[in-house]
Design a protein around this ligand. Structure first.
Ligand code: NAD
Ligand code: MG
Length: 377
């Protein structure tokens, strides 16, 4: 039997490189059959030299790249549907990951999903593609991996609620006024996780937790009233599930994405892996929990409201956030304006129809345009 084939979309990013580190310890279990990157040709070349995958794509590739490499956004879908690929690790950042998720599920693959934006923008489409093509989604996000592990096969009918933990980000204890004026350097200093720039800013604004609430809604079929968020600064308890009888299960571990990535590849099995950081409860104590300061971090409420509204509203929330974060990282928008930009875009476009992919892309584009016109300088 050939080994299960893995495609890594976004192999040059934080999740992509972490996944290759994990896979290097499991070469006897999985074969890397495709890698894709956006523009980092140098790192992609190194990865190709190490792994020799049959399919390579560089979205922004040019004439200098090897002739065997594929380029353009369509190459992501090609990578995700290669016949010798069984598991697609989608580690692309942003709505740009949606089409590959849909294509992989439509082709019956397992999608190890880090790209939460796929579910936020097109949650219903993702469910539909999985049903039609026979594919399955296994989350890579640590909180959702925790919930999946706590559920251990039980469905939403056994669950009273889930509690998603949030580190609180670098501004957890900052006065609200100071948060509004935070610099890019401040926002990129995450207390517990080392990640790509976009998700690091999302973690500072708590927009990331809003994306994760919507992600949990679609992944586990839970109502928004069944999903709570609590701040847990140590990032040791990755999330909790409260069952109907009141019993609460939690999944714990040191903050490292290696475990949720490995678990998404091996689920429902568990593989021996001495490289995963060991957990020492004494070293990890004490664990604390706090309520979210919604006044300082309005993105969380805005995102949950968009999730509840449904239709195109989550796509508008996501598109506005992506555009606002890009402007913030460019030094063209203050941190506090990210939430204002999202609110403006939602006020104008949340009522747009959802449903089909084209309608969702239209809503995404409208949200980005509004943010640029209103706030970009
Ligand atoms: P990153 O910025 O480090 O990496 C992004 C990867 O996607 C890179 O390989 C890049 O080349 C590729 N990419 C970017 N734009 C693209 C485009 N338009 N088309 C095709 N490829 C593109 O990001 P990351 O931190 O690795 O995050 C990736 C995803 O995983 C995000 O959805 C994020 O929310 C999610 N996630 C990340 C972490 C983490 O610890 N980093 C944890 C949980 C979830
Ligand atoms: Mg997470």
């Amino acid at each position: 039997m050939p080994l299960p084939g893995v495609a890594i979309l976004g192999s040059t990013g934080s999740i992509g490189t972490t996944a290759l580190r994990v896979l290097a310890r499991h070469r006897d279990r999985f074969a890397v059959r495709a890698v894709t990157a956006h523009a980092n040709a140098t790192l992609l070349r190194t990865q190709v030299a190490q792994w020799a995958p049959p399919f390579v794509a560089l979205v922004e590739g040019d004439a200098d790249m090897p002739a065997s490499w594929h380029r353009g956004a369509a190459a992501l879908v090609e990578a995700a549907t290669q016949p010798d690929v069984d598991i697609v690790l989608n580690a692309i950042v942003g709505a740009a990951g949606l089409d590959a998720t849909l294509a992989a599920l439509g082709a019956g693959k397992r999608v190890a999903l880090a790209n939460k934006e796929s579910l936020v923008v097109g949650g219903a489409l993702v469910a539909d593609a999985a049903m039609r093509g026979g594919g399955t989604v296994v989350p890579v996000d640590s909180e959702h991996s925790a919930i999946l592990q706590c559920l251990s096969g039980r469905d939403a009918s056994a669950v009273r609620r889930v509690v998603i933990t949030a580190s609180g980000g670098p501004f957890r204890e900052w006065p609200t006024d100071r948060v509004r004026g935070a610099t890019v350097q401040d926002a990129l200093k995450h207390p517990t996780w080392l990640m790509g720039r976009k998700i690091t800013v999302d973690s500072a604004s708590l927009a990331n937790k809003a994306l994760e609430v919507i992600e949990a809604h679609f992944l586990f079929g839970l109502g928004y009233d069944q999903i709570d968020v609590v701040v847990h600064p140590q990032s040791i308890v990755h999330s909790m599930v409260e069952f109907r009888d009141g019993s609460v299960l939690a999944q714990l571990g040191v903050p490292s994405m290696e475990l949720p990535i490995l678990y998404a590849l091996s689920h429902p099995d568990r593989l021996e892996d001495a490289g995963i950081p060991a957990f020492d409860p004494v070293a990890a104590s004490g664990l604390t929990f706090e309520t979210v300061r919604h006044d300082a971090f309005p993105c969380l409420r805005l995102g949950i409201a968009a999730g509840r509204a449904g239709g195109a509203a989550p796509a508008v929330f996501n598109g506005a956030n992506e555009q606002a974060v890009a402007l913030f990282l460019d030094g063209r928008m203050p941190f506090g304006a990210i939430a204002e930009a999202i609110e403006t875009a939602l006020d104008r476009h949340a009522g747009l129809p959802g449903g089909a992919r084209d309608a969702l892309w239209h809503a995404d584009a409208a949200a980005r345009r509004t943010v640029k016109e209103t706030f970009g300088c």
